[in-house]
Design a protein around this ligand. Sequence first.
Ligand code: GRF
Length: 205
Amino acid sequence: MSVRTRTAILISGRGSNMASLLGAASAPDYPAEISLVLSNRPDAGGIARAQDAGIATRIVDHKAYPDREAFEQAMDAALVEAGIEIVCLAGFMRVLTPWFVRRWEGRMINIHPSILPLFRGTQTHRQALEAGVRVHGCTVHFVVPELDAGPIIAQACVPVYPGDDEAALAARVLVEEHRIYPQALAEVASGQALLRDGRCVFRTG
Ligand code: GRF
């Protein structure tokens, strides 16, 4: 039996990307196992979904800590205690300090709802509609200290149709998020995709 890479998913909300990763990881030959779902928000909908799937969960409520560093130290301790090797951010809505990012560098990935480097930050679907782009999409990338600037592992595009509003566009992008995030995690967990000298490199063969 092959050893699967112990993976944590960090969430703040409904957890639909988390659910897509859990679904992929339920296949016996998937290279990552989801060992922990951690939320900074006690009321995150994704926590109940993870518990229903029989996954260990942890709440590390940022409001319970005096500052960002103390919050991140508590998260880091929870991850280390669970023997985590890879961290997936999936709708995790806290900006991480360089300290935390460096601790997990090359081992932490994120899904962002735009074709990076376009439309960093929040409200990416509104940004896309305001820019008038005809294609939009999503990106999985390694996390680096600069927000939404890490080396790209995978991307997918969707068309932007006349008459689209933010909700319609978000729903179209989300379908692609759920497709590419499990693929990208598989590549990282199996060692096919890795962060080297500030780039994502792919091993072939
Ligand atoms: C997704 O669009 C993700 O790309 C962004 O936040 C949203 C989270 O949705 N970072 P969900 O909690 O995975 O359903």
